[in-house]
Design a protein around this ligand. Structure first.
Ligand code: ADP
Ligand code: MG
Length: 334
């Protein structure tokens, strides 16, 4: 059986032309671009929780890189470097081959150099990726920057990944054509890097939809001390989900389903035309689906931030407020 160092050399060592020193020493060395801020994030994926051990190794690799890239997209940062830590129950080379294909395939597409990591034996397949990007000072798209009066925008379509999962779990019945459209959204999400870069100096606040639209917009509202009106019928649905829009299970996927990795952002009204032309240029649907509002007295955080955000957000369906019993996926929730 190959040892740890053979596995690292064989599967995880790739050229790192921009790094001063890549894989192989105690630390990697990088030289940040002068005057840029570093955007750094880490995300962990655990078998049985974030993916099924039976998922294809390539899709697991893709997803591990995609969810990290998505965090950089949400900040408007340009991806540069990543570190990959992996705990493996066994040295399964077929798995490693496929995993590395998906992981490095997406990394390469976005110019990410993998400069280090850690490889160890562990009971449960666990993958932790740290990603490093760059953004000009003051231009990062932060959660705390939304302003009352801003438009609320959403990229792509919402709910497809959650619908695929619900279908897989037997909670929702999709027709074959619909399922074929939704499953790639769950297994091979596309991080919206180009959009994040284009939104620098245009958007105010931005977040990626990993836990669900309502929960993630709620994070912006909490951090920015603002409220929001969202028009449910304006939220972008794919061709697959559009015919099912009155189904409560589908509405739940759209509002509270995770794993879409779309961007939700707020921007001043006078940026509408620029945003529309970004959408055209990137060939990416960008939909205006709400407005940031001043926080009403009732919504001000007397009880706790989460509750304040719940009150601060109104989701209107044909003018009537909708009730949400679940506002996203909370790993420590009930
Ligand atoms: P150390 O014991 O000094 O922490 P390791 O033996 O863990 O070093 O790793 C040797 C080298 O291989 C280091 O440069 C480390 O960053 C790199 N490395 C280990 N695992 C991975 C991985 N899964 N992907 C990329 N690089 C890795
Ligand atoms: Mg180590």
């Amino acid at each position: 059986m190959p040892g740890e160092f053979d596995l690292i050399a064989k599967y995880f060592s790739r050229p790192t032309p921009h790094a001063v020193l890549g894989v192989g020493d105690d630390c990697a060395l990088i030289k940040p671009t002068p005057d840029m801020e570093l955007a750094i994030s880490t995300d962990m994926l655990i078998a049985g929780r974030h993916f099924m051990p039976s998922d294809g190794p390539g899709t697991i690799g893709h997803k591990a890189m995609a969810v990290n890239l998505s965090d950089l997209a949400a900040m408007g940062a340009r991806p540069r470097y990543a570190l990959l830590s992996i705990a493996l129950p066994e040295a399964d080379e077929k798995f490693l081959q496929g995993f590395a294909g998906g992981f490095f395939g997406l990394a390469q597409k976005h110019g990410v150099e993998v400069i280090g990591g850690d490889t160890t034996r562990g009971g449960l397949l666990t993958i932790s990726v740290t990603i490093i990007g760059e953004v000009p000072p003051g231009q990062a798209l932060r959660r705390d920057a939304a302003q009352a009066g801003d438009d609320i925008w959403v990229s792509g379509t919402l709910g497809d990944a959650a619908a695929a999962l619900a279908h897989h779990q037997g909670k929702l019945r999709l027709e074959t054509g619909q399922a074929v459209q939704c499953f790639p959204r769950l297994f091979v999400p596309s991080p919206r890097i180009e959009l994040g870069l284009a939104l620098r100096r245009i958007a105010h606040a931005c977040i990626d939809v990993s836990d669900g639209f309502a929960a993630d917009l709620g994070h912006i509202l909490e951090r920015s001390y603002v409220g929001a009106d969202v028009w449910f019928e304006q939220l972008p649905l794919s061709d697959a989900l559009l015919p099912l829009r009155d189904n409560p299970a589908v509405q739940d996927c759209v509002l509270a389903g995770g794993d879409d990795y779309e961007l939700v952002f707020t921007a001043p009204v006078d940026k509408r035309e620029q945003i529309e032309s970004i959408g055209k240029k990137l060939d990416l649907r960008l939909t205006r689906a709400g407005q940031v509002t001043p926080l009403s007295l009732e919504g001000r955080g007397v009880k706790g931030e989460g509750e304040a955000a719940d009150k601060a957000m109104r989701i209107l369906h044909h003018g009537q407020p909708m009730l949400l019993d679940r506002s996203g996926f909370d790993h420590f929730g009930p």
